[in-house]
Design a protein around this ligand. Structure first.
Ligand code: ASP
Length: 418
């Protein structure tokens, strides 16, 4: 037991992945008999979606502090979060559409749960008009919305509660504390569920390798490569442009200033765990004022996740291609909104993006089995997503600080003596 926990989770997951492939390859179609372990894992992940979004989003909004702050620093930061998030998700959708990592996989041999496929088809047939969608983002009953895992209205509801907490000022504090603590508790619960990952991944990879063969694995490798390409484009093109043209600062110095945060985020795959390092880099190496850094970066660690947004777009197309789900333009837009919101709702912890897939997939009828397919390689992609997310927090904080006069340029130039 001790020995088991002494090995980092991601290493156990990779080992399970490899073992699963080998076992599945030799076991063949009969590997389906252990698929239930994977189903158990997926069900556990789904269980987390609603409470995780609810607590972390409300806590995130409430962390803004007061409503006026929303207007100045918050307004700018959130605008940048949203614009870069949208660019990121469309980049993921573009890469996924043009390079089609999931095509060429024949999923017909997979014994998919028939009802799930039917509900996926039903979801497609019930494609809604734009006005229907607008009306439906207002939750008629918050409880119903939670019970149905209907994420868009849930997010609207959570945002409103967050704003309500801010409006209530002192009287809102006790409830804010509850949400802060709830968010932390949900992260712990997620950690517990994540302990199932090696078993889930083993069973699912054995099932995938046994029923799909090596094509699927080649497709997964393509997905991983595309994930890296997308993340690197976001960092090198979007963030560089933001620093150069909006913040009007030297790009090289910016990246030199955040090297520590990059290293820590890549190895921990957690924006939250990296938070203290990101803050330190922004304040000491980039010259961002303490208040702007603390506010933008701690909010960003929860809601600004461009790597995750890009990945959610890409992975949805991957799943659609593997399982032969046709997506309309309307659904592309729905994905772009949900992936951005999913990235906002994802906690800054390892594997959070994987959990958020459930919400995007469900809305556009992509089978949840896709989560199973990608779970084994998620960590490798998560590391890069997180680095993208964290660099984005630092880039937005620096840009906002530069716009509002909260940046000490002399500090930044001296980045070499870090
Ligand atoms: N691990 C990522 C982060 O902490 C979230 C994700 O899984 O995409 O930023």
């Amino acid at each position: 037991m001790k020995f088991w926990f002494a090995i980092p989770l991601w290493q156990r997951v990779i080992a399970a992945l490899i073992l699963g492939i080998v076992v599945g390859y030799f076991w063949g179609e009969d590997a389906t008999s252990i698929k239930w372990i994977g189903d158990f894992f997926i069900a556990s992940i789904r269980m987390l979606v609603v409470p995780l979004i609810f607590f972390s989003l409300v806590a995130g909004v409430a962390a803004i502090g007061d409503l006026r702050k929303l207007g100045s620093v918050g307004g700018r930061a959130i605008l940048l979060f949203i614009v870069t998030g949208q660019i990121a998700v469309w980049l993921g959708l573009g890469l996924g559409t043009v390079l089609a990592p999931g095509s060429g996989v024949d999923a017909s041999g997979m014994d998919l749960d028939q009802t799930r496929l039917e509900s996926a088809q039903a979801a497609q047939e019930n494609a809604k008009t734009f006005t229907d969608m607008i009306v439906e983002i207002v939750p008629a009953s918050p409880v119903q919305v939670m019970a149905d895992v209907n994420v868009l209205p849930l997010i609207v509801f959570s945002l409103l509660i967050g704003i309500g907490i801010l409006m209530a000022k002192e009287e809102g504090k006790p409830v804010q504390k509850v949400f802060d603590s709830g968010a932390i508790i949900m992260q712990k619960v997620t950690m517990v569920v994540m302990e199932l990952t090696p078993f889930g991944v083993f069973a699912l990879m054995a099932w995938v390798a046994g029923t799909l063969g090596l094509d699927a694995l080649a497709a997964l490798a393509q997905l991983v490569v595309l994930n890296y390409v997308g993340c690197l484009l976001i960092i090198l093109v979007i963030y560089s442009a933001m620093i150069k043209f909006l913040a009007k600062l030297p790009v090289i110095d910016f990246f030199r200033g955040i090297v520590d945060a990059i290293a820590v985020s890549y190895s921990t795959a957690s924006s939250n765990a990296t938070l203290p390092v990101t803050l330190r880099c922004a304040e000491r190496n980039l010259g961002v004022s303490n208040s702007v850094a603390a506010f933008v970066i701690s909010l960003g660690a929860t809601i600004n996740m461009n790597g995750t947004a890009m990945y959610l777009g890409l992975a949805t197309l991957f799943g659609a291609q593997v399982f032969g789900v046709d997506l309309s333009w309307g659904q592309y837009f729905l994905i772009s909104i949900l992936a951005t919101l999913g990235a906002i709702g994802a906690a800054g912890i390892p594997g959070a993006g994987l959990i958020m897939m459930a919400l995007v997939f469900g809305a556009v009828g992509v089978p949840l089995e896709t989560i199973a397919l990608v779970a084994g390689v998620d960590r490798i992609m998560d590391m890069m997503r997180t680095t993208t997310n964290v660099s984005g927090d630092a880039a937005v904080a620096t840009t906002v600080a530069s716009m509002t006069g909260d940046l000490d340029r002399a500090e930044m130039i001296s980045a070499d003596d870090v």
